[in-house]
Design a protein around this ligand. Structure first.
Ligand SMILES: Cc1cc2nc3c(=O)[nH]c(=O)nc-3n(C[C@H](O)[C@H](O)[C@H](O)COP(=O)(O)O)c2cc1C
Ligand code: SF4
Length: 419
C-alpha cells in the first residue's frame, strides 16, 4: 500500500489561506501548464488521466467536460453540499487546501468555457463560506482568478453560496434549483445540466475532491495520475473513516486500497468488528467479509454496493443492529424532500416500523412489510434518494436479520414476563 500524498500534502500548510505558501509548495503550477494548452487539449488530458467524479457516481470527468454544448454562456458549479452522514472529506479539503479547489475550478472553466463559477457549500459549514471567500479574494488579487488570468484572455469569477441544510440538495439537479432560488427539488434528466443547467444554460457540476485532483494531472501528467490506483478507477481517493476505529479522520490512498488496509492505517478497529457501512447512509451495510474488498468503483459494484463518497463507518460487536436500522430509516424520513409520494410516504412508514422495533414494540411481520415498501420505492421514486433505500435496508435484513428477529422476540418475551 503506497502512501502518496497530494491533497493531504497541501493540507499540511500551516496557514491554508496564505497563497504564497501554497504557491511555494507548487500550487497553481497546474493552472500555468493548462493555460499553455488549448481547451480541447486540456479536456483530452483529463480524459487520458481517467479521472472519475468523486461525488458518488464516478462519472468520467473529461467526458462530462466534453459534453458541454450550446450557448456561449456557461457555468461551473463546485458541489460542496456534503450532506452524507459519515462523509467529511470535502470539508477537510475546503478547510485545509482551498486553493487547490480554486485551481481545479479555474482549469475546468478554461476547458469548458465557463465564465462564472459557484461553490455551493453545505449550510452546516458556515466557517467554510467565510474562509473560502477570503481565499477567492487572495486568488483574484494574485491574478489566478478574475479578469485576464495570468495575463491571458481567459477570465473567470467565482462566488460562494451557502446551502440551506438539505441532504437531497447534494443531488446536482436539486442543487441547481436551490442555486436559482427555487425549492431544492430534483428534476428529471435529460436534459442533463451540461445541456441545460443554471438559468437554462450549459452547466458543469463537479465535486470538491474531483476538482482538487485536476491540478495533479497538469502538474505531474495524465500518465502519472493514470498509473496510480486500479484499472478503471485511477488515481488517489480521500476516505472519511469513522465509528469504532482508533484514529477517525480523512485518509488519502490509491483507489483499490482494501478496507483492511485502511482500517490498519487508521490505527485499527476498536473491539471486534461486526459491520461496516461503505459509501454513505444510502450504501449497504456489510459484515466482516468487507475487510478484503478493494475500494474502487468496479470492485464495490461487484460486492453489491458502491464506492459512493468513500465513507467508511465501522461498527463493533457492541452495536445493536435494530438501532442501526432505526437511525438509518429516520435519516431517510427526515431528509426526503417530499416531492414524490412513494418516497414521502414510504420513508415515514419505514421510520415508523423501525422505531417500533428499536423501542421494543416491533412485530415480526414488519420485516416483510419493510422489504415490500422498499421494493415499491425503488420502482416508483422520482430520484436516486428514494430508489437507494433498498441498499441499507436489504443489506441489514440479509446479513443481520437473525439478530433483529431475536431482538424483537426477546422484547416480546420481556413484555410478557413483566405482565
Ligand atoms: C441524494 C443525492 C445526494 C448527493 N449528494 C452529493 C454531495 O453531497 N456532493 C457531491 O459532490 N455529489 C453529490 N451527489 C452526486 C451529484 O448529483 C453529482 O453526481 C456530483 O456532484 C457530480 O460531481 P462529480 O462528477 O465530480 O462526482 C448526490 C446525489 C444524490 C442523488
Ligand atoms: S425520491 Fe424522495 S428525495 Fe427524490 S424527489 Fe422523491 S421525495 Fe424527493
Amino acid at each position: 500500500m503506497s502512501n502518496i500524498q497530494y491533497i493531504t500534502g497541501f493540507a499540511t500548510l500551516e496557514n491554508p489561506l496564505d497563497i504564497d505558501s501554497f504557491v511555494a509548495k507548487g500550487g497553481f503550477s497546474g493552472l500555468h501548464s493548462a493555460l499553455a494548452k488549448t481547451p480541447a487539449e486540456v479536456i483530452s488530458e483529463v480524459k487520458r488521466s481517467g479521472l472519475r467524479g468523486r461525488g458518488g457516481a464516478g462519472f468520467p470527468t473529461g467526458l462530462k467536460w466534453e459534453s458541454v454544448a450550446g450557448d456561449d454562456e456557461r457555468y461551473l458549479v463546485c458541489n460542496a453540499d456534503e450532506g452524507e452522514p459519515g462523509t467529511f472529506k470535502d470539508r477537510f479539503v475546503l478547510e485545509h487546501a482551498p486553493f487547490l479547489v480554486l485551481e481545479g475550478m479555474a482549469i475546468a472553466a478554461y476547458a469548458t468555457g465557463a465564465q462564472t463559477g459557484y461553490v455551493y457549500v453545505r449550510g452546516e459549514y458556515p466557517h467554510v463560506v467565510a474562509s473560502l471567500s477570503s481565499a477567492i479574494a487572495s486568488a483574484v488579487k494574485a491574478g489566478y482568478l478574475g479578469e485576464h488570468i495570468l495575463g491571458s484572455n481567459f477570465s473567470f469569477n467565482v462566488e460562494v453560496r451557502k446551502g440551506g441544510g438539505s441532504y437531497v440538495v447534494g443531488d446536482e439537479t436539486a442543487l441547481l434549483n436551490s442555486l436559482m432560488g427555487n425549492r431544492g427539488y430534483p428534476f428529471l434528466k435529460p436534459p442533463f445540466p451540461t445541456e441545460k443547467g443554471l438559468w437554462g444554460k450549459p452547466t458543469i457540476v463537479n465535486n470538491v475532491e474531483t476538482l482538487a485532483y485536476v491540478p495533479y494531472i497538469f502538474t505531474h501528467g495524465a500518465e502519472a495520475f493514470a498509473s496510480i490506483g486500479s484499472s478503471g478507477s485511477p488515481g488517489l481517493k480521500l476516505f472519511s473513516i469513522s465509528g469504532h476505529i482508533a484514529h477517525p479522520g480523512v485518509y488519502e490512498f490509491p483507489m483499490g486500497t482494501t478496507v483492511r488496509e485502511l482500517a490498519a492505517a487508521a490505527g485499527g478497529i476498536l473491539g471486534n468488528l461486526k459491520a461496516v457501512q461503505i459509501g454513505g447512509t444510502a450504501g449497504p451495510i456489510f459484515d466482516t467479509a468487507a475487510l478484503d474488498y478493494p475500494l474502487d468503483f468496479a470492485s464495490m459494484r461487484k460486492a453489491g454496493g458502491a464506492l459512493g463518497s468513500g465513507a467508511l463507518v465501522f461498527m463493533n460487536t457492541t452495536v445493536n443492529m435494530a438501532h442501526v436500522l432505526e437511525v438509518t430509516m429516520r435519516f431517510f424520513a427526515e431528509e426526503s424532500c417530499g416531492q414524490c409520494f412513494p418516497c414521502r410516504y414510504g420513508t415515514r412508514q419505514l421510520a415508523f416500523m423501525a422505531n417500533k422495533i428499536a423501542s421494543g414494540q416491533g412485530r415480526l411481520e414488519y420485516l416483510d412489510l419493510m422489504r415490500d415498501t422498499t421494493h415499491v420505492m425503488v420502482g416508483a421514486s422520482f430520484c436516486p434518494f428514494g430508489q437507494s433505500i433498498a441498499f441499507p435496508l436489504e443489506s441489514l435484513l440479509d446479513r443481520f436479520g437473525d439478530e433483529i428477529v431475536s431482538f424483537i422476540k426477546q422484547q416480546e418475551f420481556l413484555k410478557e414476563a413483566a405482565v
